[in-house]
Design a binder for this molecule. Structure first.
Ligand code: 4AD
Ligand code: MG
Length: 444
C-alpha cells in the first residue's frame, strides 16, 4: 500500500547505495526482507536490495494499524517495496536509516515453507545445495563483488597496456594441457570435440596477428582431484605476447597482480571487512616479487621436511610450505621439462629445464598463474608433439605459426577463482564463483 502523499505522486525510487544523496527525502526502495527485529511498538525491518543493507524503522504510532501489522508479520526474504524518509545515522550499518511511511508487499514468503537459510550455522553441503539462495547472503555478496572488481581490473590492466582482446573457442579438436583432463563431447556425425582446457594455442595465433593479445573465458579440466584449489570449470585470463621472453612474461604477471591488488584495496575495503580479511597481508604485496628457480624451491622444501626430489611436481602441500616463507607472491621458474606441457621452450643452456614460470600466492595459497616461453622452432615442436602422443593432424595450423614468421613468444594464464580465493582469504575456491562445478557437484 503506497501512502497517500499530498500531490499523489509516487516517491522517487532509489537503491540503498544511493541513500547518501537522498537524506531528508521520502523515497521508495524495492528489495527483500533480510531480517526483522521487533521491540514492542517499533519494528526494524532490515532491507537488502543487492546494492546494500539498510535498517528501516517502523513506529506503530506513526503508521496505520494495517501497515504496522503488515510489516510486523513479514517473513524472511519476502519481496517488499518500502517507502519512507532517509535519515543519516552513523551507528546504522551502511550509515543511513529509513523511517517507514508505507510498504508494498510483492510476495510474502509463507510460514509453511520458510526461507531455508537462517542466520544459524548451516553445513557447507546444505549451503552448496542452496547456492541459488545462498548468493543472497552478505558474505557471498562480498566475494562475488570482489570477483567482479578483480575481473574488471584484469581487463583494465590489459586494455590500457596495448593488448587486444581476442577470445578463443571452447570446442577444440585437441588437448592443450595434457590428455588426462579432457572433457569429451560428441560433435555431429560421430566426430569428437573437447572442451577447451586453455585458450593458449589459439592466442599464440592471434599474438602473431596482433602482437599483444589476451583471451578471457571459461576453461574446463576433468580434474579427478577433490582439493580446495580445483574446479572442473573455471575462468582464465591468458595474455600472449609476440617477441617476448620468459623475463618479459614475469614482468607482465607481476605488474598485473600489483594492479589488481591495488584496485581491490582501493575500492573493496568494505567487502574485505565483511570477509574479515587481514588487509595488511594484501598491503604487503609490493614489487619486486621474489624470483627463484625450481632447483632453489626444491632445496627450500627439502629443508622444511618435504619428501620432494628433483624432477617431481609440487603438490598442494609443497606449495603451501613454499609460500609460507614469503609475504608476497613468488615466481618459480625453470621446472623440469619432463613435467611440463609439450609447448614449453627448453632452456637453451640447460634443456632439461623449461622456460616456464609459476606464480604462487602467499599465505599458503599456491599457484595462481602458470606460463612461460613457447617453443618457436618447428622441428622441436613436431618432436614434442610426437613424444606427447598428440595427433599431428590436429596441430597443423599450430605448426604453421612456426613456418610463417616464427618469433620467440610467451604468455601466461591466471585462474580467476584461485586469485579471488587468495585475495578474499577463503578456505576453498567453491565460494569464488556463483555456481561452482566440481568433481561431485553439478547442481544447482
Ligand atoms: O598452469 P595451467 O594449467 O596453464 C595453462 O593452462 C597455460 N596454457 C596458461 C598459459 O600459459 N596461457 O593453468 C593456469 C592457471 C593455474 O595457475 C590456475 O590458476 C588455474 O589456471 N587453474 C585452475 N583453477 C581452478 N581449477 C582448476 N582445476 C585449475 N587448473 C588450472
Ligand atoms: Mg600450472
Amino acid at each position: 500500500m503506497l501512502p497517500e502523499s499530498p500531490q499523489k505522486t509516487r516517491p522517487h525510487r532509489i537503491s540503498i547505495a544511493e541513500a547518501d544523496r537522498h537524506v531528508g527525502e521520502t523515497v521508495e526502495i524495492p528489495g527483500w526482507l533480510y531480517n526483522l527485529r521487533k521491540s514492542g511498538k517499533i519494528v526494524f525491518p532490515l532491507l537488502r536490495d543487492g546494492s546494500g543493507l539498510m535498517q528501516a524503522v517502523a513506529v506503530k504510532s506513526a503508521l496505520s494499524e494495517a501497515v504496522f501489522e503488515e510489516i510486523k508479520n513479514l517473513t524472511q526474504e519476502s519481496s517488499i517495496i518500502l517507502t519512507g524518509k532517509v535519515r543519516k545515522d552513523d551507528r546504522a550499518p551502511g550509515g543511513y536509516e529509513m523511517d517507514v511511511e508505507g510498504i508494498q508487499t510483492v510476495q510474502r514468503v509463507s510460514e509453511q515453507d520458510p526461507y531455508p537459510i537462517t542466520p544459524k550455522e548451516h553445513g557447507v553441503d546444505f549451503l552448496m545445495d542452496h547456492r541459488h539462495l545462498w548468493l543472497r547472503s552478505q558474505r557471498q555478496h562480498s566475494i562475488i563483488r570482489i570477483r567482479h572488481t578483480i575481473i574488471k581490473a584484469v581487463r583494465d590492466y590489459f586494455d590500457s597496456h596495448g593488448f587486444t582482446l581476442v577470445d578463443t573457442p571452447i570446442f577444440t579438436p585437441a588437448a592443450c594441457e595434457g590428455t588426462t583432463t579432457l572433457f569429451e563431447v560428441n560433435y555431429f556425425d560421430d566426430d569428437k570435440a573437447y572442451l577447451s582446457q586453455s585458450g593458449q594455442l589459439y592466442s599464440e595465433a592471434t599474438a602473431m596477428a596482433f602482437g599483444k593479445v589476451y583471451c578471457f573465458g571459461p576453461t574446463f579440466r576433468a580434474e579427478k582431484s577433490k582439493t580446495r584449489r580445483h574446479l572442473t570449470e573455471f575462468w582464465m585470463v591468458e595474455p600472449e605476447i609476440a617477441y617476448a621472453t620468459l623475463e618479459d612474461i614475469k614482468d607482465c604477471a607481476e605488474e598485473m597482480i600489483l594492479f589488481i591488488v591495488a584496485r581491490v584495496l582501493e575500492s573493496r575495503r568494505e567487502d574485505l571487512k565483511v570477509l574479515e580479511r587481514d588487509v595488511s597481508k594484501l598491503e604487503s604485496v609490493q614489487g619486486p616479487f621474489p624470483r627463484i628457480s625450481y632447483d632453489e624451491a626444491v632445496r627450500i622444501l627439502q629443508a622444511h621436511g618435504s619428501e620432494i626430489q628433483w624432477g617431481g611436481d609440487f603438490g598442494g602441500a609443497d606449495e603451501t610450505i613454499l609460500t609460507q616463507q614469503f609475504d608476497r607472491p613468488i615466481m618459480v621458474d625453470r621446472y623440469p621439462t619432463a613435467i611440463k606441457a609439450f609447448y614449453m621452450a627448453p632452456d637453451p643452456e640447460r634443456p632439461e629445464v623449461a622456460l616456464g614460470v609459476d606464480v604462487l600466492a602467499p599465505e599458503g595459497y599456491g599457484e595462481i598463474i602458470g606460463g612461460g616461453q613457447r617453443i618457436h622452432d618447428p622441428e622441436l615442436l613436431l618432436k614434442r608433439i610426437d613424444e606427447h602422443h598428440l595427433p599431428r593432424e590436429a596441430f597443423n595450423w599450430y605448426i604453421d605459426l612456426r613456418k610463417y614468421g616464427t618469433v620467440p613468444h610467451g604468455g601466461f594464464g591466471m585462474g580467476i577463482e584461485r586469485c579471488v580465493s587468495w585475495i578474499c582469504g577463503l578456505e576453498h575456491v567453491r565460494e569464488t564463483i556463483a555456481f561452482p562445478r566440481m568433481l561431485y557437484r553439478l547442481r544447482p
